[in-house]
Design a protein around this ligand. Structure first.
Ligand SMILES: NC(=O)c1ccc[n+]([C@@H]2O[C@H](COP(=O)([O-])OP(=O)(O)OC[C@H]3O[C@@H](n4cnc5c(N)ncnc54)[C@H](OP(=O)(O)O)[C@@H]3O)[C@@H](O)[C@H]2O)c1
Length: 391
């Protein structure tokens, strides 16, 4: 039996992971964690006979304890308990908590030499070099779960990374792809919250429309595969059937195609290094008919230039970028700022942070990363408020 834990089990990636686990009989579930969705966490813990269920919020302890009364499942609560659960022995963990809260359990699991299937984008964007060093130090494995990064990872099997010229991540272009540029400034959270191909939560769907999601993925690819900033490219591909392309020095291009279903990259990480059956729709290219590609318009998607800036600057800028993006998104959803202001918030925050004496110092610990996150959130809030009051 393989011992498996799922961090962020009540979320979209977490639930897709549980769906795959439920189809297997060689899995023993050690830990499931969630946030405020106590009913869903309790149900999953019972269904999967988890050893331990952890909610990230202290106030959810009692409802979770009550819901799991008489089941023998251990219960814990609070961010410390989530991080500690990363230390509980497991052969494979899914890191699918959203946001910076996902960092600590991921680091803890790596310190145990565990294989970490990494969906939490923030880990690589905010703490890429530290995370990879932790994995190396403990002979742990990180498997990418973002669909584009899983696609690149799969295209690189048996290849030497030194022979790669470029990696191209595809992007649907989001729900506002065909809007006239002058109308974009007036887009509402509802407009930006509709995705043409992927079924995801509101925040990540808006991040797709602004391409902040792709910008995060560009930084992730740079960190995870050790690519130079100019080696990581983005192409708009409205059908979302080609997930990534890897171009080699001999002119060959390996593409990864498949239906847009997160259970593919999750299942690949679960079965790795083997391939196993997965319950995903089979690709019918004749039915798809055509595959379109275009260069992203940089005026429409300023997030991509900001990602390049982060890759060039390195140091703490990934943590600043991520925190500022989160604050900008909060203010956009609250209708305090416009759609295009989100990039202005991130740029303004990177500028303010760069003016600090300590800005060039790379974080040397998880605590450093989290301190930068807090500082950047303050700066980003100031920038967002200043834009809100702009005429
Ligand atoms: N959705 C996708 O298709 C997709 C694809 C690739 C990568 N990703 C990345 O994977 C991660 C998860 O995405 P998702 O779409 O699954 O997010 P989601 O649906 O919002 O789920 C997030 C999970 O994190 C938990 N959570 C929220 N706040 C927390 C906190 N402070 N401490 C601990 N746990 C907390 C949530 O618990 P409750 O719901 O119980 O509050 C839930 O279990 C993100 O980093 C995302 O960028 C997602």
């Amino acid at each position: 039996m393989r011992r498996v834990s799922v961090f962020g089990a009540t979320g979209s990636v977490g639930e897709s992971t549980l769906d795959l686990l439920a189809r297997r009989d060689d899995i023993e579930v050690a830990v499931l964690t969630g946030g405020r969705n106590v009913a869903r966490l309790a149900k999953a813990a019972i269904e999967h006979r988890a050893e331990l269920a952890v909610t990230a919020f202290e106030e959810c302890y009692k409802p979770l304890k009550d819901a799991l009364g008489g089941t023998g499942i251990e219960v814990a609560a609070g961010p410390g308990a989530v991080a500690e659960a990363g230390l509980r022995p497991a052969d494979w963990i899914m890191s699918a908590i959203v946001g910076a809260a996902g960092l600590a359990p991921g680091f803890a699991a790596l310190s145990q030499g565990t294989t970490v299937a990494l969906a939490n984008k923030e880990s690589l964007v905010t703490a890429g070099p530290l995370l990879l060093a932790e994995a190396r130090a403990h002979a742990a494995t990180i498997l990418p779960v973002d669909s584009e990064h899983s696609a690149v990872f799969q295209a690189l099997v048996g290849e030497d990374i030194a022979t790669v010229e470029t990696v191209t991540l595809t992007a649907s272009g989001g729900g506002l792809r065909d809007w006239p540029l002058e109308k974009l400034a007036r887009a509402t959270p509802e407009d930006a919250g509709k995705h043409p191909n992927w079924d995801m939560g509101q925040r990540i769907t808006i991040d797709s429309a602004s391409m902040f999601n792709k910008a995060m993925e560009v930084i992730e690819a740079h960190e995870f595969f050790g690519l130079a900033p100019e080696q990581v490219r983005v192409l708009i591909h409205p059908q979302s059937l080609v997930h990534a392309l890897v171009a080699f020095r001999d002119g060959a291009v390996m593409g990864h195609l498949g239906a847009p279903d997160m259970r593919h990259p999750i299942g690949y990480a679960l079965n790795w290094p083997a391939r196993g059956d997965l319950p995903v729709a089979r690709l019918d290219l004749a039915a798809a008919g055509r595959l379109d590609f275009a260069h992203p318009d940089r005026a429409r998607y300023p997030a991509l230039a900001l990602a390049e800036r982060v890759m060039q600057q390195g140091g703490a800028s990934g943590a600043v970028f991520n925190a500022a993006k989160e604050i900008a998104l909060d203010h956009f959803i609250a209708r305090n700022i416009g759609f295009l202001d989100m990039a202005r918030v991130v740029e303004g925050t990177l500028d303010r942070f760069a003016a600090r004496a300590t800005s060039g110092r790379a974080p040397t610990s998880l605590a450093d990363v989290l301190a930068t996150d807090t500082e950047a959130r303050h700066l980003a809030t100031e920038v967002a408020v200043s834009l809100r009051h702009a005429p």
